[in-house]
Ligand binder design. Structure first.
Ligand code: F3S
Length: 390
């Protein structure tokens, strides 16, 4: 295996001149780069670190974080954690879990990671076409690559943290233009119907199973940004899709005019998409997977206006988005629904108390059964509100 070429400054870090943590972090990046054939490290604009929920990293993850001693040198945020930091008691989180979760947060803060805990870091600060990133959470990676045209592999928690502390990541995989061309075409037979955001999630749920880890090129759909978000998140959950293109919609498909002739084609029709939606009785509703955009909050508020929810109704969004949409959030909460930051229906232990949960997300549909031990029902946002309020 060819070694990764390092700049003199990085050689000095590797020699331990800037402390043991920076040395170990660079060793992680060099090892990763060597395994994947990277020739060099590339500077990154931002980092998103996974492994922030105590539910997923546990005692040993926390101990590992607490013995590190360095600071992030590029803007870095966290993936969702197990509870909303400001409202954990109200959400019914027990104190023991809250204490451990706050210890994880404190460890990351000491490392210079901004305490924004979200799978939608693209709503926090601008990311641009061809920016190199080191993001972790699969839906955020998919959105950055596909909807923005930025470049990131899906980083594991330690590799993302290493990128934050060194400011670089190994340049391989989706950082290279040559690896971003489509592998197959997905022809969607919508019968002329406009797909809702949830229908794009259902489409992604189906497509991910058939696409695996390849790069699909979609035809015959025209999703907006929230539809793209739902499509990509679901494909990253049922498959391992980190980049997709949509004809005449996503930036690389529009700018680069890929030649798709001769590629394998799969077809997904409306009947299959509709079959993802079901009718089982549920005990709670959870929306905001990935975390809600401002538009999704507005739509939720409009649908809930003048109504009262009769079962728990959770809405998840980034704190920044909540803060910028206070009136909308107040309007949603007037119905009895709750809008929480920092966490979600999959990483919070609270959702485990419900035997059956309704969602409007293909990704949540894929993860909730295993992660929360619940039956899950897929519906549109309109159907979620109708079920919760009737
Ligand atoms: Fe985000 Fe949680 Fe869904 S991290 S993508 S809301 S599973």
């Amino acid at each position: 295996m060819k070694p990764v070429e390092l700049e003199p400054r990085d050689e000095r870090i590797l020699a331990g001149e800037q402390g043991e943590t920076r040395q170990k972090m660079l060793e992680i990046l060099v090892a990763l780069g060597t395994v994947f054939g990277a020739q060099r490290l590339v500077p990154v604009h931002s980092v998103q670190v996974s492994g922030a929920s105590y539910k997923t990293i546990g005692k040993y993850g926390l101990e590992w974080l607490e013995q590190l001693d360095a600071r992030a040198v590029v803007p870095a945020v966290l993936n969702p954690i197990g509870m909303p930091r400001g409202r954990w008691q109200e959400m019914g989180i027990d104190r023991d879990f809250a204490d451990k979760q706050m210890a994880v947060i404190a460890a990351y803060e000491r490392l210079g990671i901004r305490l924004e805990c979200t799978c939608t870091p693209y709503y926090l600060s601008p990311i641009h076409y061809s920016d190199h990133l080191a993001w972790s959470e699969s839906s955020a990676v998919s959105y950055a690559n596909s909807v923005i045209g930025a470049r990131t592999n899906r980083e594991g928690g330690p590799a993302a943290l290493a990128a934050a502390i060194i400011g670089k990541t190994p340049c391989y995989g989706l950082h290279l233009a040559v690896n971003r061309t489509p592998h197959l075409v997905v022809d969607v037979a919508t019968g002329g119907r406009d797909l809702s955001i949830a229908h794009h999630g259902a489409l992604g749920y189906l497509a991910g199973k058939r696409v695996g880890n390849r790069i699909p090129y979609f035809r015959n759909i025209r999703p907006n940004a929230d539809g793209l978000k739902a499509l990509g998140a679901a494909m990253a959950a049922t498959g391992a899709v980190a980049l997709y293109h949509v004809e005449r919609v996503t930036p690389e498909a529009s700018r680069l005019h890929f030649d798709t002739s001769g590629l394998e084609m799969i077809r997904i029709d409306m009947r299959e998409i509709e079959e993802v939606f079901s009718q089982v009785a549920v005990d709670a509703v959870a929306v905001g997977c990935p975390h809600c955009s401002p538009d999704e909050l507005t739509t939720t508020a409009l649908l809930l206006s003048g109504k009262k929810v009769k079962i728990p109704f959770y809405v998840f969004a980034a704190q920044v988005v909540i803060d910028a949409n206070r009136d909308t959030v107040a309007s949603i909460e007037k119905s009895g629904a709750r809008v929480y930051a920092d966490t979600c229906m999959v990483v919070s232990p609270v959702m485990e108390r419900y035997p059956a949960i309704m969602v409007n997300s293909g990704k949540a549909l894929a993860y909730v059964p295993d992660m929360c031990g619940a039956v899950v029902r897929m519906g549109t946002l309109e159907e979620c509100v109708a079920v919760a309020t009737s």
